[in-house]
Write a protein that binds this ligand. Structure first.
Ligand code: AMP
Ligand code: ZN
Length: 454
């Protein structure tokens, strides 16, 4: 069985399921911008859990939501992230949401993340959210206000704060999360389930309380409870969501079901890049596309992330990505020489590392030792690597491509070098994209451009 650290229980516990299927829910992206490699680290954590369970023969029902309404910005008071971006790009907010959602799926595919059973969109779950809000009002857990908003009554939920340790009495008014929910609520720690539209005209819906839009936290309660039959065995998200998002979600979901709706709360620690926090406002955001543009296999990012404990903060660097890229290449070449027609076979140390709190770095260290061990027959090595790859997802059987460029591709490459010399950046970008579409990835270094097959 797989054991994982449960933030609520504050210990490593076995994944339990109420039926024959393990229900997994992972908070999805807010689709107002591209997911950065930090976001992808969290989505990869859910994938490792998903794959480890499948490897054990468990059926998994995995749901990940798409937040396309209601996630308020921390930078601009009371502004929806989607609408803020729509203004900036002068585009329709739904058009923006669909474009970034498509990019999100593209990133998942390139990182070899197994698809979820469903990706419900918040904007298409409005009725369902309203039903849950009505249930909460009827149960005495929420109240509507004269302005047409509905708030969760935090004092009605006794164990509020149990995940994060932020107890109600220590949450002072004016806490930094408070501004987004200001209005006519009765208590400073209450949060909006439904917000009256006010002056807002886009992304608003009719409701029993008047025109308005849903709060962010209720979306995860509505989607997880309805799609997973009121029982979420494993709930995954980044560490920043512990409070207030998961605290609020737990209060809502438990209030609806009358029981502990989530079996275990799993949180991935944050990713830094070259020593700095990744955030849009600090300009330190790295996208998967940038990694690919440098000629690095996207699965080298996957390997890099897996070489670090999910529960520890991690600093990603270009040097680490380059190193992972060459490891990946070497492993693929080795597997090709270690034989064929071999069926996957588990190594007990690799398996126990994964089973005990998803210790992928230990599993990878063990694989490195196996790789070097001359006592182990090559066929046996291949069998172990194949088995490990069911969870690591590095596509180790993919052959490295050593074929030369076609004359047309070579010509495009030299045209790009000339464009760069003439500082014609738009032409050089166009040529790079054209080559990329043909599977040729270009990176620009101090010695000029170099290329590799993607
Ligand atoms: P968002 O699209 O901002 O709602 O975030 C999607 C997911 O990425 C959430 O689970 C966040 O907790 C997670 N996340 C945000 N920043 C980072 C980071 N730097 N490292 C790892 N996960 C992150
Ligand atoms: Zn969520």
């Amino acid at each position: 069985m797989i054991s994982i650290y449960d933030t609520l229980a504050r210990k490593v516990s076995e994944v339990q399921s109420s039926g024959s299927t393990v229900n997994v829910y992972c908070c999805g992206p807010t689709v107002y911008r591209d997911a950065h490699v930090g976001n992808l680290r969290t989505f990869l954590l859910a994938d490792v859990i998903h794959r480890a369970l499948i490897q054990q023969g468990t059926k998994v029902n995995f749901i990940q939501n798409i937040t396309d309404v209601g996630h308020m910005s921390e930078d601009v008071q009371g502004e929806d992230k989607m609408l803020q971006q729509a203004q900036l790009e002068e585009r329709d907010p739904f058009e923006i949401a669909r474009a970034y959602e498509a990019e999100f799926h593209n990133d998942l595919r390139r990182l070899n993340i197994l698809p979820a059973n469903a990706y419900p969109r918040a904007s298409e779950t409005i009725n369902l959210m309203q039903q849950y809000i009505t249930k909460l009002i009827d149960g005495g857990f929420a109240y509507a206000t004269p302005s047409g908003s509905v708030y969760f009554d935090s004092r009605s939920f006794e164990t509020y704060g149990a995940i994060s340790g932020n107890r109600l009495d220590s949450l002072k008014p004016g806490h930094r999360y408070e501004f987004t929910d200001e209005g006519d609520k009765r208590f400073h720690a209450d949060w909006a389930l439904w917000k009256a539209a006010g002056l807002r005209t886009e992304m608003v819906w009719d409701s029993p309380w008047g025109l308005g839009f849903p709060g962010w936290h209720i979306e995860c309660t509505a989607m997880s409870l309805s799609l997973l039959d009121n029982r979420i065995d494993v709930h995954v998200g980044g560490i920043d969501l512990r409070f207030p998002h998961h605290e609020n979600e737990r209060a809502q979901s438990n209030a609806v079901t009358g029981s502990e709706a989530v079996g275990m709360w799993v949180h991935g620690e944050h990713l830094l890049f070259e020593g700095r926090k990744m955030s849009k406002s600090s300009g330190n955001v790295v996208l998967l596309q940038e990694i690919i543009n440098r000629g690095i296999d996207p699965l080298a990012l996957r390997l890099c992330l897996l070489e670090n404990r999910y529960r520890a903060q991690m600093d990603l660097t270009w040097a680490a990505l380059e190193a992972a890229n060459s490891t990946l290449r070497r492993w693929r070449n080795s597997l090709a020489t270690w034989g064929s027609d071999v069926t996957a076979n588990a190594d007990s140390e690799v398996s126990s590392a994964i089973e005990k709190d998803l210790d992928t770095p230990r599993a990878i260290l063990r694989l490195r030792a196996i790789e070097k061990d001359s006592q182990i027959p090559p066929q046996h090595k291949r069998a172990i690597f194949l088995h490990a790859d069911q969870v690591l997802g590095l596509e180790l059987t993919r052959a490295s491509i050593n074929k030369p460029l076609s004359p047309e591709q070579a010509s495009l490459l030299s045209q790009r070098a000339s464009a760069r010399e003439q500082k014609n950046w738009s032409q050089s970008d166009l040529l790079r994209d054209e080559l990329l579409a043909q599977g040729v990835s270009i990176s620009d270094g101090p010695a000029g451009q170099s290329w590799s097959w993607t």
